[in-house]
Design a protein around this ligand. Structure first.
Ligand SMILES: Cc1cc2nc3c(=O)[nH]c(=O)nc-3n(C[C@H](O)[C@H](O)[C@H](O)COP(=O)(O)OP(=O)(O)OC[C@H]3O[C@@H](n4cnc5c(N)ncnc54)[C@H](O)[C@@H]3O)c2cc1C
Length: 452
């Protein structure tokens, strides 16, 4: 299964990861001159548009709206092939990528774009009892769990006092803010009609943030706007409050406050993909791989690292944020450095072109800041957010589907994807079956099994 290094006499580039960065890399590589042969290794058979995961978790969009088959994307690129494989390591001296499936892919150049994973900072109980929001199964599990809590509460209202209808979202960054806003809308505009026998005022969303402000990367006026909107709409925002520990039925804050809840949504941090830990390369805080100006790793110009996995400098002594634009720009740059080496021209240093930042807070509310210093908030910023996110979704069909869902939801307040689906961990056919999922009654007791 090893990939021949010089089939067709062309240099072979292996790209690990089919996210924003990996796809931008293969697209650019398909056009470089002299030409190269490219193999994309991706553990899933789809590219996931992570920025809309919160909409999947809250029933606004369907899985196929935000996930696109990788093969369907890559087939339009020349000399590019895809393997669905989970990369387990790289033999940097032998120039081979190793996979869980036993594959070895020889390369002349390697672009690592395996992204990031959730960081729980070692807070007791978080890894076991929280719902992260990083993958498609994460979002589907959370959606099923939330909807099930409402079903359970209608059958037995006493579970409401045990936190069945309380969701605690940790992290006041863009993910936490958009999640808190979306959950509140789901409860107060949609589930209120689905569960007429429930007192919906007992459903609440608490947003915890350890610092004294939301949306850290934004201007204070944008932060203030986000706080005001969330508070006005009924989200309980607790600033300066850090989580101490979590159990299946409650969270305890550092100040001693205990909040009964069965749903802890973790939006507080990411860490580089664990692949970074096994390569023997220098890492930053947060596990990202240290890269040089051209995005290659020390002493190995044939290995370049991009996206959330890369610790690329922001030119001001810090690291670039782990968001989509740096990932895309770095990936294009890395592919072009390979071209430079092949055509004998000197490599160039990477410079990030700031395109601005934006975060949505909920219906008709967002904040947008442009590099020029211009700031927008409210409906205009929300439209900007909608247009930009729509433009980045892969595939015309998905864009239309998302747009229709958004318009439908905007006009009717409906979220038609409020479906409980059992999400089981993926399993290789040759591994033993998982134990059966817990019965609903056990699920209530809160061990957050694979069935929500
Ligand atoms: C909930 C959420 C909301 C977000 N919202 C925004 C937003 O509004 N705006 C914004 O700019 N950014 C947002 N981000 C961040 C943005 O999604 C990431 O910065 C971006 O996806 C990084 O791109 P990447 O290609 O480096 O990593 P990813 O997009 O994560 O891609 C990594 C790919 O590598 C694959 N992979 C991982 N490990 C392996 C392996 N061992 N073998 C093979 N394949 C592997 C993964 O399956 C994945 O497809 C959000 C992220 C999340 C989780």
């Amino acid at each position: 299964m090893a990939g021949a290094r010089k089939r067709d006499g062309l240099p072979h580039v292996v790209v690990v990861g089919g996210g924003f960065a990996g796809l931008a890399a293969v697209k650019t590589l398909s056009k470089v001159k002299p030409p190269v042969r490219v193999t994309l290794l991706e553990q899933h058979n789809y590219h996931l548009f992570q920025p809309l995961l919160y909409q999947l978790a809250t029933g606004l969009v369907q899985p196929a709206d935000i996930a696109h088959p990788v093969r369907g994307i890559v087939r339009r690129y020349r000399r590019t092939s895809v393997r669905m494989a989970t990369v387990s390591g790289v033999d940097l001296d032998a120039r081979e990528v190793l996979t869980d499936e036993g594959g070895r892919f020889g390369y002349d150049y390697l672009i690592l774009a395996a992204g990031a994973t959730t960081a729980t900072f070692g807070i007791p109980g978080v890894a076991e009892h929280s719902f992260p929001l990083k993958t498609m199964p994460d979002a589907l599990r959370l959606r099923a769990h939330l909807l099930r809590q409402f079903e359970l509460a209608e059958n037995d209202p006493s579970v409401i006092d045990q936190g069945a209808l309380t969701v605690v979202v940790v992290g006041g960054g863009p993910t936490g803010v958009e999640m808190a806003g979306a959950l509140h809308e789901l409860f107060k505009h949609v589930l209120v009609h689905d569960f007429p026998d429930l007192d919906i005022n007992q459903a609440k969303v608490v947003l915890l943030e350890a610092t004294d402000h939301l949306l850290a990367p934004f201007h204070p006026s944008s932060r203030k706007h986000a706080l005001e909107i969330l508070a006005k709409r009924g989200v309980e925002v607790r600033l300066g409050q850090a989580l101490e520990r979590a159990t299946p039925d409650e969270v305890k804050l550092k100040d001693g406050t205990v909040i009964p809840t069965r749903t802890l949504v973790w939006g507080a941090g990411v860490r580089a993909n664990p692949l970074a830990d096994v390569l023997g390369l220098e890492q930053t805080r947060g596990g990202r791989i240290v890269v040089g100006d051209d995005l290659s790793v020390g002493g190995r110009p044939e290995v370049l690292v991009v996206g959330d996995l890369a610790g690329a400098g922001d030119g001001k002594g810090g690291l670039l944020p782990q968001v989509a634009q740096p990932a895309i720009q770095e990936a294009k740059h890395a592919a072009l450095q390979i071209q430079h080496t092949l055509d004998g021209t000197p490599r160039e240093g990477f410079t990030y072109k700031d395109r601005g930042i934006m975060a949505t807070i909920g219906r008709n509310a967002a904040v947008t800041e442009l590099p020029s210093g211009a700031r927008f908030k409210g409906v205009l910023a929300w439209y900007m957010w909608l247009v930009l996110h729509l433009a980045y979704i892969v595939g015309f069909r998905s864009r239309v589907s998302v747009l229709v869902n958004w318009i439908w939801s905007y006009l009717t307040y409906d979220r038609h994807a409020r479906i409980i689906v059992a999400v089981e961990p993926s399993r290789r056919p040759d591994t033993p079956a998982q134990p059966p999922p817990a019965a609903p009654s056990e699920a209530v007791s809160g061990d957050r099994p694979v069935v929500g």
